[in-house]
Design a protein around this ligand. Structure first.
Ligand code: GBH
Length: 449
């Protein structure tokens, strides 16, 4: 339980939980869903630590009503989920699969019946396999296919989704999926992956226009940010930190907010055509910020393939993922965004914040997770401090509602407010769920007068 009462949050502050399609839905072959790059990537042995895939995951596709009831019990005002592109367009383009859209319509209506705002992310890394076979995000055509897909989703749900998020963490998709190959599609292009950045951003800009044609709801993108901490005090260390800052924190945000691509990394930008930067800089209404931890950076060895070296930050508590727990990093990051982008920065919603711990049911069947309570409390206090610093932050979403399929880590990392038994599918709210329920209830009652 909190050591002191939580600070007050502004009226109308959005309280949410986040998930993504491939990590929770399962039902990989149901109702006409096509294959995605994650189905393909997870199958050969050796890539996913426990040899699992998201084929069944939390079976949310069949249990969505139970999961919405859990959200209602928690008292959240919003739910951020992602739409699986291969359910809507099984081959990536061509004819829409109405049964795929039917699922999201059932989900959205269930949320609205419980007074929960549906927040829909269109791309959380599960590209239809046929588009990967044509080059994936290295192919400019994928940006146009993405806009067609956005059009199809918005035509069905544009009157009911309350916030659109085009892409989830395009930097992580580029770097882990196409840069170092630990995520699907498993390519290792290092900084030659730049076209993946550009084509995702182009797809985002084209999708903004498609969404606005069908929906008056606000539009956002969710970026991952990691405050850079320079390790070492040489000029070479400082230059390495600046390069990593440009790559992780500015590559996607500078062009979105009208500043073009950062020059520091010397990208080959021949794929950028006249007019593209204007499409990319189409105004957005909200910036989604996903924050987990800062990154330590120092100068690389002579002849290293990248212009920086990432080093673990010492002196902090760590999660089960070995990530350092640094709530001040979130306050610093929000202030950095405000300082860097000034009047061009739209209101921010923290679209992911959370942690993995080795949560196990105790003898009475309860799942105590005091470390997660401490983590969330400290990060909410950091958000409140940033608001006091003058940053406009209008929402906070916990990653995640449920323990789920954590990409290359399979089922071995539990991020949920709700424990999931992956053999039976049984859900058990953890102690953090009860704690957050009180925090939200108190905040929603508003200031005591
Ligand atoms: C998010 O990505 C995803 O959107 C979500 O799907 C996922 O389940 C969730 O986070 C939890 O992982 O210090 O070298 O180990 C987070 C992106 C990229 C953040 C890797 C942490 C660790 C780098 N993450 N990063 S390292």
């Amino acid at each position: 339980m909190p050591t002191a009462p939580m600070p007050e949050f502004p009226t109308g502050f959005r309280w949410g939980v986040s998930t993504s399609a491939y990590q929770i839905e399962g039902a990989a072959g149901t109702d006409g869903r096509g294959p995605s790059i994650w189905d393909t990537f997870a199958h050969p042995p050796g890539r996913i630590v426990d040899g699992s895939s998201g084929e069944v995951a939390c079976d949310h596709y069949h249990r969505y009503a139970e999961d919405v009831a859990l959200m209602a019990g928690l008292g959240v005002t919003a739910y951020r989920f992602s739409v699986a592109w291969p359910r809507v367009l099984p081959t990536g383009g061509g004819a829409v699969n109405p049964a795929g859209l039917d699922f999201y319509e059932r989900l959205v209506d269930e949320l609205l019946d419980h007074g929960i705002d549906p927040v829909a992310t269109l791309f959380h890394w599960d590209l239809p396999q046929p588009l990967e076979d044509a080059g994936g995000w290295l192919n400019r055509d994928t940006a146009h296919r993405f806009a067609d897909y956005a059009d199809a989703v918005a035509a069905r749900l544009g009157d009911r989704v309350k916030l659109w998020i085009t892409l989830n963490e395009p930097f992580i998709h580029m770097s882990l999926g196409y840069g170092i190959g630990v995520h699907a599609p498993g390519r290792m292009l290092l900084l030659d992956a730049f076209p993946v950045a550009h084509h995702q951003l182009l797809g985002h800009g084209l999708a903004v226009a498609a969404l606005r044609a069908h929906s008056t709801s606000p539009v956002a993108i969710a970026n991952n940010y990691s405050p850079v901490r320079t390790v070492g005090d040489s000029p070479a260390d400082a230059a390495a930190a600046a390069a990593y800052e440009a790559l992780h924190n500015r590559l996607f945000t500078d062009p979105l907010l009208g500043r073009g691509y950062p020059p520091e990394l010397g990208f080959d930008t021949t794929v950028v055509r006249d007019g593209d930067l204007d499409v990319i800089a189409a105004p957005i209404d909200v910036l989604g910020v996903n924050y987990y931890h800062p990154t330590g950076v120092r100068a690389p060895e002579e002849g290293a393939p990248l212009p920086f070296d990432l080093v673990p930050l010492t002196g902090y508590p760590r999660t089960a993922f070995d990530w350092p727990v640094v709530p001040d990093g979130l306050r610093d990051l929000l202030g950095w965004l405000r300082d860097r982008y000034g009047a061009d920065l739209p209101p921010i919603q923290v679209t992911e914040s959370g942690c993995a711990y080795d949560d196990v049911p105790d003898a009475t069947g309860r799942v105590p997770d005091p470390d997660r309570i401490a983590y969330l409390e400290a990060h909410l206090r950091a958000v409140r401090a940033a608001i006091d610093d003058g940053v406009e932050v209008t929402g906070y979403f916990v990653w995640s509602l449920l323990d789920n399929w954590e990409w290359a880590e399979g089922f071995t990392k539990r991020f949920g407010l709700v424990h999931v038994d992956f053999d039976t599918g049984h859900r058990t709210p953890k102690s953090s769920y009860a704690w957050l329920r009180e925090v939200i209830a108190t905040a929603r009652r508003g200031p005591v007068r």
